[in-house]
Design a protein. Structure first.
Length: 280
């Protein structure tokens, strides 16, 4: 005998969950843990951003980042991930993302993208910012401002019932309306116990059929990479550093965001720093 009602129920469940079936909905205790991880990673990002000054090597900046992560009882979420060899990602000027620490010294007028991912008590906060070293040309300053605005516009679309595509389009519109281009080869992502979870969050309209619907409890790393010139990128021989093909500068901003019943909640904010930092 065929158990039709339960089959129908199962089919209904599959249809309802198919598009999101790999996307983890965080439980309340996980969200609380994500806030703490976000608090540590955003605090460290701020500290590293204000540490940057002309003459420091990226190796020194990376060591400082690692020290601060450990100070708060966290671990770098990037070190060792797919064999990534550094504590944080430091990308200068035409370097887009995933720059490797070296003896190279940052100079007045450079812009430096800093990407900090912290694992704290099993959950990850992932965030990035781009800062000028001392100062930079106004056209480059504007690139940074527009990229941060694109991030904010993307975050504002992280609403239950919207699709990932709404975030993507909003970021792309802001970047391109200002005459810049959006990198396509690297995208934002779900984040939780792992650095990269479903869904992928492109910073452009990929035109590809179905885009996942956002639900309360999803935690997303939204991270536009915006180029002053052309969108094309290439990979350095080190296998990590991504560069603009035209050699013009690129900016990168990122937050980890919670989709709620109401407004999106930014998890990577210093207010979420655990009140009693644990020294290791
Ligand atoms: N925020 C970046 C990303 O999500 C950092 C990853 S660096 C890696 O891709 F080393 F972990 F790959
Ligand atoms: Co990320």
């Amino acid at each position: 005998m065929i158990d039709r009602p339960s089959q129908c129920l199962a089919l209904d469940w599959v249809l309802k969950h198919r598009e999101n079936n790999m996307i983890h909905i965080k439980k309340d205790h996980e969200i609380e843990a994500m806030r703490l991880a976000g608090g540590v990673s955003s605090t460290v990002l701020r500290e590293v951003a204000s540490f940057v000054r002309p003459g420091l090597s990226t190796f020194e900046i990376d060591q400082y980042g690692g020290d601060r992560i450990r100070h708060y009882g966290g671990k770098s979420a990037f070190l060792g991930y797919r064999d990534y060899p550094c504590n944080i990602c430091i990308s200068i000027n035409e370097e887009v993302v995933h720059g490797l620490a070296s003896e190279r010294r940052v100079e007045f007028g450079d812009i430096v993208s800093l990407d900090v991912g912290v694992c704290y008590e099993g959950y990850i906060g992932d965030n990035a910012t781009t800062v000028a070293v001392g100062g930079c040309e106004p056209v480059v300053q504007r690139l940074m401002e527009v990229t941060e605005q694109a991030l904010c516009d993307g975050i504002s679309q992280a609403l239950a019932g919207n699709k990932v595509l709404d975030i993507s389009r909003s970021i792309q519109r802001t970047a391109e309306a200002n005459g810049y281009s959006v990198v396509r080869e690297f995208v934002g992502h779900g984040v939780g116990k792992k650095v990269h979870e479903d869904p992928q969050i492109p910073n452009f309209d990929d035109g590809g059929g179905r885009s996942p619907v956002l639900r309360p409890g999803m935690t997303l790393a939204i991270e536009p990479m915006v180029n002053l010139g052309q969108r094309q990128v290439e990979m350095l021989e080190d296998g990590w550093t991504v560069l603009t093909r035209d050699g013009l500068p690129s900016a990168h901003f990122e937050h980890t965001v919670l989709v709620t019943e109401g407004e999106p909640e930014i998890l990577t904010c210093p207010e979420n720093l655990p009140s009693e930092p644990r020294e290791l």
